[in-house]
Design a protein around this ligand. Structure first.
Ligand code: DX5
Ligand code: ZN
Length: 216
Protein backbone atom coordinates (compact mmCIF):
# COMPACT_ATOMS: atom_id res chain seq x y z
CA UNK A 1 0.00 0.00 0.00
CA UNK A 2 1.26 3.45 -0.94
CA UNK A 3 1.97 5.64 2.08
CA UNK A 4 -0.32 8.48 3.06
CA UNK A 5 0.55 12.13 3.68
CA UNK A 6 -1.36 14.16 6.27
CA UNK A 7 -0.41 17.86 6.29
CA UNK A 8 -0.92 19.46 9.72
CA UNK A 9 -3.16 22.53 9.74
CA UNK A 10 -1.25 23.85 12.77
CA UNK A 11 1.34 25.32 10.39
CA UNK A 12 -1.23 26.91 8.06
CA UNK A 13 -1.97 30.63 7.69
CA UNK A 14 -4.96 31.04 10.03
CA UNK A 15 -5.94 34.33 8.38
CA UNK A 16 -6.52 32.40 5.17
CA UNK A 17 -7.88 29.08 6.38
CA UNK A 18 -10.29 28.67 3.46
CA UNK A 19 -7.46 29.14 0.97
CA UNK A 20 -5.29 26.66 2.89
CA UNK A 21 -8.05 24.02 2.99
CA UNK A 22 -8.64 24.49 -0.75
CA UNK A 23 -4.91 23.98 -1.31
CA UNK A 24 -5.17 20.67 0.61
CA UNK A 25 -8.23 19.70 -1.48
CA UNK A 26 -6.31 20.36 -4.69
CA UNK A 27 -3.19 18.51 -3.54
CA UNK A 28 -2.25 14.84 -3.32
CA UNK A 29 -2.66 14.95 0.48
CA UNK A 30 -4.55 11.92 1.77
CA UNK A 31 -5.77 13.34 5.07
CA UNK A 32 -5.80 16.69 6.89
CA UNK A 33 -4.19 16.42 10.35
CA UNK A 34 -5.77 18.67 13.01
CA UNK A 35 -3.91 19.34 16.28
CA UNK A 36 -6.06 20.21 19.29
CA UNK A 37 -4.13 21.38 22.40
CA UNK A 38 -5.45 22.37 25.82
CA UNK A 39 -2.50 24.06 27.56
CA UNK A 40 -2.61 21.30 30.22
CA UNK A 41 -1.55 18.08 28.53
CA UNK A 42 0.88 20.11 26.41
CA UNK A 43 2.40 23.55 27.12
CA UNK A 44 0.51 25.25 24.28
CA UNK A 45 -3.04 25.99 23.10
CA UNK A 46 -3.94 25.65 19.43
CA UNK A 47 -7.55 25.59 18.26
CA UNK A 48 -10.74 23.75 19.11
CA UNK A 49 -14.04 22.51 17.75
CA UNK A 50 -15.21 25.81 16.17
CA UNK A 51 -12.27 25.58 13.77
CA UNK A 52 -12.99 21.92 12.93
CA UNK A 53 -16.66 22.80 12.38
CA UNK A 54 -15.68 25.66 10.05
CA UNK A 55 -13.33 23.46 8.01
CA UNK A 56 -15.68 20.45 7.79
CA UNK A 57 -18.05 21.67 5.02
CA UNK A 58 -15.25 22.66 2.62
CA UNK A 59 -12.74 19.87 3.31
CA UNK A 60 -12.75 17.08 0.73
CA UNK A 61 -10.24 14.83 2.54
CA UNK A 62 -10.66 12.72 5.69
CA UNK A 63 -9.93 14.60 8.91
CA UNK A 64 -7.27 13.09 11.19
CA UNK A 65 -7.77 14.64 14.63
CA UNK A 66 -4.89 14.54 17.15
CA UNK A 67 -6.07 15.45 20.65
CA UNK A 68 -3.30 16.73 22.89
CA UNK A 69 -5.66 17.20 25.82
CA UNK A 70 -6.37 15.64 29.20
CA UNK A 71 -9.52 13.51 29.47
CA UNK A 72 -10.09 13.17 25.71
CA UNK A 73 -12.90 10.67 26.41
CA UNK A 74 -15.09 13.64 27.33
CA UNK A 75 -15.09 14.89 23.74
CA UNK A 76 -15.77 11.80 21.61
CA UNK A 77 -19.18 13.13 20.56
CA UNK A 78 -17.83 16.58 19.66
CA UNK A 79 -14.99 15.13 17.60
CA UNK A 80 -17.40 12.83 15.74
CA UNK A 81 -19.80 15.70 15.05
CA UNK A 82 -16.93 17.84 13.78
CA UNK A 83 -16.54 15.25 11.02
CA UNK A 84 -13.42 13.38 12.14
CA UNK A 85 -12.49 10.23 10.27
CA UNK A 86 -9.76 9.27 12.76
CA UNK A 87 -9.65 10.26 16.45
CA UNK A 88 -6.21 10.00 18.07
CA UNK A 89 -5.96 10.07 21.86
CA UNK A 90 -2.72 10.03 23.82
CA UNK A 91 -1.89 6.86 25.73
CA UNK A 92 -0.58 9.10 28.54
CA UNK A 93 -3.96 10.88 28.85
CA UNK A 94 -6.23 7.82 29.09
CA UNK A 95 -6.72 5.87 32.32
CA UNK A 96 -9.41 3.67 30.75
CA UNK A 97 -8.01 3.43 27.26
CA UNK A 98 -9.93 0.29 26.27
CA UNK A 99 -13.23 1.94 27.13
CA UNK A 100 -12.27 5.13 25.28
CA UNK A 101 -11.29 3.19 22.13
CA UNK A 102 -14.67 1.44 22.25
CA UNK A 103 -16.48 4.78 22.54
CA UNK A 104 -14.56 6.23 19.56
CA UNK A 105 -15.54 3.28 17.37
CA UNK A 106 -19.14 3.34 18.58
CA UNK A 107 -19.27 6.99 17.50
CA UNK A 108 -18.37 5.83 13.98
CA UNK A 109 -14.72 6.90 13.88
CA UNK A 110 -11.46 5.06 13.42
CA UNK A 111 -9.44 4.85 16.65
CA UNK A 112 -5.82 5.86 17.03
CA UNK A 113 -3.55 5.89 20.07
CA UNK A 114 -0.65 8.34 20.26
CA UNK A 115 2.62 7.72 22.10
CA UNK A 116 4.90 10.48 23.36
CA UNK A 117 8.58 10.02 22.47
CA UNK A 118 9.39 8.45 25.86
CA UNK A 119 6.41 6.07 25.96
CA UNK A 120 7.45 2.53 25.01
CA UNK A 121 5.56 0.57 22.36
CA UNK A 122 5.49 -2.42 24.75
CA UNK A 123 2.62 -0.65 26.56
CA UNK A 124 0.46 -1.33 23.49
CA UNK A 125 0.81 -5.11 23.88
CA UNK A 126 -2.76 -5.61 25.17
CA UNK A 127 -4.59 -2.89 23.22
CA UNK A 128 -3.04 -2.83 19.74
CA UNK A 129 -5.47 -5.47 18.43
CA UNK A 130 -8.29 -2.95 18.98
CA UNK A 131 -6.59 -0.01 17.24
CA UNK A 132 -6.86 1.20 13.67
CA UNK A 133 -3.68 3.26 14.02
CA UNK A 134 -0.77 4.05 16.32
CA UNK A 135 0.52 7.62 16.10
CA UNK A 136 4.17 7.87 17.14
CA UNK A 137 5.33 11.34 18.19
CA UNK A 138 8.75 12.10 16.75
CA UNK A 139 8.90 15.41 18.68
CA UNK A 140 7.52 16.32 22.08
CA UNK A 141 3.95 17.39 21.29
CA UNK A 142 2.89 21.01 21.59
CA UNK A 143 4.63 22.89 18.83
CA UNK A 144 5.31 22.73 15.12
CA UNK A 145 8.72 23.17 13.61
CA UNK A 146 10.71 21.18 16.16
CA UNK A 147 13.71 19.01 15.53
CA UNK A 148 13.07 15.35 14.66
CA UNK A 149 13.95 12.86 17.44
CA UNK A 150 16.20 10.30 15.78
CA UNK A 151 15.12 7.38 17.99
CA UNK A 152 11.70 7.50 16.25
CA UNK A 153 13.04 5.59 13.23
CA UNK A 154 14.04 2.62 15.38
CA UNK A 155 10.76 2.86 17.32
CA UNK A 156 8.80 2.75 14.05
CA UNK A 157 10.67 -0.37 12.94
CA UNK A 158 10.03 -2.12 16.27
CA UNK A 159 6.33 -1.21 16.17
CA UNK A 160 6.08 -2.53 12.60
CA UNK A 161 7.59 -5.79 13.79
CA UNK A 162 5.08 -6.01 16.68
CA UNK A 163 2.18 -5.46 14.26
CA UNK A 164 3.55 -8.00 11.79
CA UNK A 165 4.19 -10.62 14.49
CA UNK A 166 0.59 -10.33 15.66
CA UNK A 167 -0.77 -10.55 12.11
CA UNK A 168 -2.52 -7.16 12.41
CA UNK A 169 -3.00 -4.41 9.82
CA UNK A 170 -2.75 -1.47 12.23
CA UNK A 171 -1.45 1.69 10.54
CA UNK A 172 1.62 3.53 11.84
CA UNK A 173 1.53 7.33 11.62
CA UNK A 174 4.53 9.46 12.59
CA UNK A 175 4.22 13.13 13.58
CA UNK A 176 6.90 15.79 14.08
CA UNK A 177 9.91 17.04 12.16
CA UNK A 178 8.98 15.18 9.00
CA UNK A 179 10.67 16.29 5.78
CA UNK A 180 11.93 14.44 2.70
CA UNK A 181 14.99 13.14 4.54
CA UNK A 182 13.40 11.97 7.83
CA UNK A 183 10.25 10.91 5.94
CA UNK A 184 12.15 8.57 3.67
CA UNK A 185 13.80 6.83 6.61
CA UNK A 186 10.45 6.52 8.44
CA UNK A 187 8.89 4.91 5.37
CA UNK A 188 11.77 2.45 5.14
CA UNK A 189 11.20 1.61 8.81
CA UNK A 190 7.55 0.84 8.10
CA UNK A 191 5.52 4.05 8.59
CA UNK A 192 2.20 4.16 6.69
CA UNK A 193 1.18 7.78 7.29
CA UNK A 194 3.43 10.84 7.64
CA UNK A 195 2.25 14.09 9.21
CA UNK A 196 4.03 17.21 7.97
CA UNK A 197 3.34 20.71 9.24
CA UNK A 198 6.00 23.34 8.72
CA UNK A 199 7.72 21.42 5.92
CA UNK A 200 4.54 21.70 3.83
CA UNK A 201 3.12 25.07 4.83
CA UNK A 202 6.42 26.97 5.00
CA UNK A 203 7.49 25.76 1.61
CA UNK A 204 7.18 28.12 -1.38
CA UNK A 205 4.93 25.63 -3.21
CA UNK A 206 2.98 23.46 -0.72
CA UNK A 207 1.18 21.47 -3.46
CA UNK A 208 4.50 20.52 -4.96
CA UNK A 209 5.97 19.69 -1.54
CA UNK A 210 3.03 17.37 -0.80
CA UNK A 211 3.60 15.73 -4.19
CA UNK A 212 7.28 15.22 -3.33
CA UNK A 213 6.33 13.66 0.01
CA UNK A 214 3.90 11.34 -1.81
CA UNK A 215 6.50 10.34 -4.37
CA UNK A 216 9.24 9.47 -1.88
C1 DX5 B 1 3.02 18.80 17.34
C2 DX5 B 1 1.88 18.42 16.44
C3 DX5 B 1 2.28 18.21 15.03
C4 DX5 B 1 2.87 19.43 14.37
C5 DX5 B 1 3.96 18.93 13.47
O1 DX5 B 1 2.60 18.79 18.63
O2 DX5 B 1 1.28 17.21 16.88
O3 DX5 B 1 1.22 17.67 14.25
O4 DX5 B 1 1.95 20.18 13.62
O5 DX5 B 1 4.65 20.00 12.96
P1 DX5 B 1 6.03 19.84 12.19
O6 DX5 B 1 5.75 18.97 10.99
O7 DX5 B 1 6.37 21.24 11.84
O8 DX5 B 1 6.98 19.19 13.13
ZN1 ZN C 1 -0.18 16.20 15.48
Amino acid sequence: MKHKIAPSLLAADFLNLQKEVEMINNSEADWLHMDIMDGVFVPNISFGFPVLDAVKPILKKPMDVHLMIVEPQKFVKEVAEAGAYMMNVHYEACTHLHRTIGAIKEAGMKAGVTLNPHTPISLLEDIIQDLDMVLLMSVNPGFGGQRFIEHSVNKTARLKEMIRAKGLDTLIEVDGGVNLETGKRLLEAGADVLVAGSFVFSSPDPIRTIKELKEM
